[in-house]
Design a protein around this ligand. Structure first.
Ligand code: CNA
Length: 236
């Protein structure tokens, strides 16, 4: 913790790169932990059920899984989200780059959040493109249908879909400028998101993750604790 604290005080351009593990302490399961979605019994694995082809061919099953497992509208930010918002307010943190789709960073007060995989809070009709509140999806019985008759889909990036170019470029730009990066709550197993980290040129790379990742060798500091507990101990 002392080293993390020192690193932050030595840095002027901190960037956070995170994933589903940031929100497990808010009660949202991740994919790859023992109680994560990969270890629960569904007919198909999550990367199939959350793919574009599954969405198109088995739309009702997609929404069944999506609503039960990925919509956690009452979840509240934990100490990690709150600490990151405070670091931004203090002028240290320049961007949160997240693979999460839960909107909890914004709920905690973070302003510069780059959502690589979109957000459950934004939804639109596939036909007429009109925007819908998340409640319309959450409260629909079966497939949510627009007034025009089209299917309403969440503005999240499904497996086998492209990430938004502008968000990718902005994320890369922040990572390239950063003198410190904190990577937390991510297995770093999903690409192209994880590949963005290759442009980091700073000399303080911190990993806060409960399990090992392929970037452990590159880290200057590894903390294997709940990320919320780590931020709770930090003085900002
Ligand atoms: P993942 O592959 O499930 O990995 C999560 C990682 O976080 C694992 O290495 C865990 O060991 C670690 N972890 C879990 N809890 C904690 C904790 N409290 N403190 C520290 N480490 C922890 O998830 P990734 O984000 O790497 O995979 C990317 C996918 C998951 C993205 O496409 C997301 O959209 C998707 N996802 C998002 C959410 C969400 O928005 N909250 C939930 C589930 C999945």
């Amino acid at each position: 913790m002392n080293k993390l604290q020192d690193y932050i005080s030595q840095s002027n351009y901190v960037v956070f790169f995170g994933g589903a593990g940031v929100s497990t302490e808010s009660g949202i399961p991740d994919f790859r932990s023992v109680d994560g979605l990969y270890n629960q019994q569904w007919k198909y694995p999550p990367e199939i059920m959350l793919s574009r082809s599954f969405f198109k061919s088995k739309t009702a099953d997609f929404f069944d899984f999506y609503k039960k497992k990925l919509l956690h509208l009452d979840a509240q930010p934990n100490q990690a989200h709150i600490g990151l918002a405070a670091l931004e307010m203090a002028g240290k943190l320049k961007a949160v780059i997240t693979q999460n789709i839960d909107g909890l960073h914004q709920k905690a007060g973070s302003k510069n959040v780059l959502e690589l995989h979109g957000s459950v809070w934004r939804n639109y009709c596939l036909d007429c493109k009109v925007a819908y509140e998340v409640d319309v999806v959450a409260n629909a019985t079966g497939i949510p249908i627009c007034r025009c008759g089209g299917v309403i889909r969440p503005d999240v990036v499904l497996f086998d879909e492209q990430l938004d170019d502008d968000i990718m470029v902005a994320a890369m730009d922040h990572i390239a400028r950063a003198d410190m990066i904190i990577i937390g709550g991510t297995s770093l197993g999903v690409y192209p998101a994880a590949g963005l980290l290759q442009v980091f040129r700073g000399d303080r790379l911190v990993l806060i993750n409960k399990s090992t990742t392929h970037m452990d060798n590159a880290a200057d500091l590894i903390i294997r604790e709940n990320i919320g507990d780590v931020f709770a101990k930090l003085s900002i």
